[in-house]
Design a protein around this ligand. Structure first.
Ligand code: BES
Ligand code: MN
Ligand code: ZN
Length: 509
């Protein structure tokens, strides 16, 4: 099985010299509520005077995500303007740029337009920093085009994506920072698209072995090292918790390790990302009810997010070492499956009593945590996992749980998430609940009561973190999947967390 990622979604270009020198089928103009749609873009008045006086501009109110298409003479170099509502000026955030740009590019695809020009002077009229807003807009624009079409026969009316997204400048050369910002936005979008592709791929196709192949392909694309540990290698090592999760499946588990270590940084303390990679979670012997069971094909969204982040890190050429450790398995019921009551010896040597075979993610993750800390001295370890329904119940589908005892790391992650639109809420690693993880027969039980389920899972993981290691756990259950389409994502995997991890790598922790 091979998962082919489009290396580039759309060609990102730059035009300088102002509107008199620009050329594109459509120009995108951001407009605030109650203002003239041309207010943020006065420089286009000369090139598109018909736009500023078009009768239709009076019907356009600038509400959030409102759109209006204005036509000039078809022979003009800039024959159309697509106005995009941002809502009231005082409430404009980077998020609305992402969403408006996403909706705009989707509209351009519907219209069959080949290229889109975005006058970049607009960004200076809003807080947030012009290059950051450009980055977010480029990323949003590309994500608005994302679709998962690999498994269906192309339809007659499937429209091709616009081929070009151009930033337009009034200056005679591209001002400092915009090339890099556009590239960062593009790389992030490529990373998110990879994560979505992987998490949307059905579980009969994306098996643990196939996820390993996808990781190998990613590594090959960027000259990274990739190690795949199969069932025999995991048994040899003693990863019995991860092996227990995969016992009921005809498809072997894998521990996937990808290392990005650019020249001169081979010996850095690595930033380590650990991603839960359950290619399907039926619940095992404690089988789940059938409603929504199919969404458990994305129980590897954590692993997918880590691979997506690594793609962007490599495209960025970041000068730091980043390592992915992905425990992957399929959780199935079977005559040889793990049972409630089983006790396994984890890689750390701790014996673990398994009470509910549906609490499998933490079993996979605990061995990955040990593996990471045994092999490297990490600068920080961040794990990301669709770990508990309890987290989704507590925080809903738009906010993920953030667990760490390290206040600085918590703030770093929350701040990174805020900038890119991955929202986190910190939940406590409430030490007294460790009591709940006591077992009569083993060193530790893998779960506590239903109450505080997300905390209990996080506390279980904490038992596998060595003292002094900076560690955070992101529970993305619920946030990883869109049940309704939004401008930034169709129904399905959204790639939650990819951009958070990219920001952590770019900015340092
Ligand atoms: N993969 C699930 C968690 C999940 C639920 C992710 C909903 C996304 C949406 C996880 O493996 C699981 O089944 N957890 C159990 C744990 C329980 C048995 C202690 C849960 O949350 O019910
Ligand atoms: Mn489960
Ligand atoms: Zn699971």
């Amino acid at each position: 099985m091979s998962v082919n990622v489009k290396e580039r979604l759309v060609d990102i270009r730059f035009q300088t010299g102002g509107p008199a020198a620009w050329k594109a089928p459509v120009m995108l103009v951001f407009a605030c509520k109650g203002e003239n749609p041309a207010d943020n873009c006065p420089e286009i008045a000369d090139a598109a005077p018909w736009f500023t006086i078009a009768p239709g501009v009076r019907d356009f109110s600038g509400d959030k995500l409102e759109q209006a298409l204005f036509h000039g003479h078809p022979d003009l170099a800039l024959p159309r303007v697509l106005a995009l509502g941002l809502g009231p000026r005082e409430s404009v955030t980077p998020d609305i740029f992402r969403r408006a740009a996403a909706a705009a590019l989707a509209r351009c695809r519907t219209l069959g337009l080949e290229g889109v020009l975005l006058p970049a002077g607009q960004f200076a009229r809003f807080p947030g920093g012009p290059t950051r807003l450009a980055e977010e807009t480029v990323c949003g624009a590309l994500l608005g085009l994302y679709r998962f079409t690999r498994l269906r026969t192309p339809k007659e009316d499937d429209k091709p994506d616009p081929r070009r997204l151009t930033l337009g400048f009034t200056e005679n050369s591209v001002p400092d920072g915009f090339h890099a910002a556009a590239r960062r936005g593009e790389h992030a979008a490529v990373g998110v698209a990879l994560a979505r592709d992987l998490a949307n791929t059905p579980p009969n196709i994306l098996t643990p072995a196939a996820l390993g192949e996808a990781a190998e392909e990613l590594a090959r694309r960027h000259g990274m090292a990739c190690t795949l540990l199969d069932r025999a290698a995991l048994a040899e090592l003693g990863c019995n918790a991860l092996l227990a999760v995969g016992r009921g499946s005809a498809r072997e588990p894998r521990l996937i390790v990808v290392e990005y270590a650019p020249r001169g940084h081979e010996e850095d303390k690595p930033l380590i990302f650990i991603g839960k990679g359950l290619t399907f979670d039926s619940g095992g012997i404690c089988i789940k009810p059938p409603q929504n069971m199919h969404t458990m094909k994305s129980d590897m969204a954590g692993a997918a997010a880590v691979l997506g982040a690594l793609e962007a890190v490599a495209l960025d050429d970041l000068p730091r070492r980043v390592i992915a450790v992905l425990p992957c398995a399929e959780n199935m019921p079977d005559g040889d499956a793990m049972r409630p009551g089983d006790v396994v010896t984890s890689l750390a040597g701790k014996t673990v009593e398994i009470l509910n075979t549906d609490a499998e993610g933490r079993l996979a993750l605990c061995d990955a945590l040990t593996y990471a800390q045994r092999n490297w001295t990490p600068a920080a370890v961040v794990d990301i996992a669709t770990l508990t329904g309890a987290c989704a119940v507590a925080l809903g589908q738009e906010v993920a749980g953030l667990f760490t005892d390290d206040d600085a790391l918590a703030e770093r992650i929350a701040a990174a998430g805020r900038v890119v639109g991955d929202n986190y809420w910190r939940l406590p690693l409430w030490e007294p609940y460790q009591e709940h993880l006591k077992s009569e027969v083993a060193d530790i039980s893998h779960m506590g009561p239903r109450e505080g389920g997300a905390i209990n899972a996080a506390l279980f993981l904490k038992n596998f973190v060595e003292p002094g290691v900076r560690w955070a756990h992101l529970d993305i259950a619920g946030t990883d999947w869109a049940f309704k389409k939004t401008p930034l994502s169709p129904v399905g995997a959204v790639g939650f967390g990819v951009r958070t991890l990219i920001e952590l790598a770019r900015g340092g922790v």
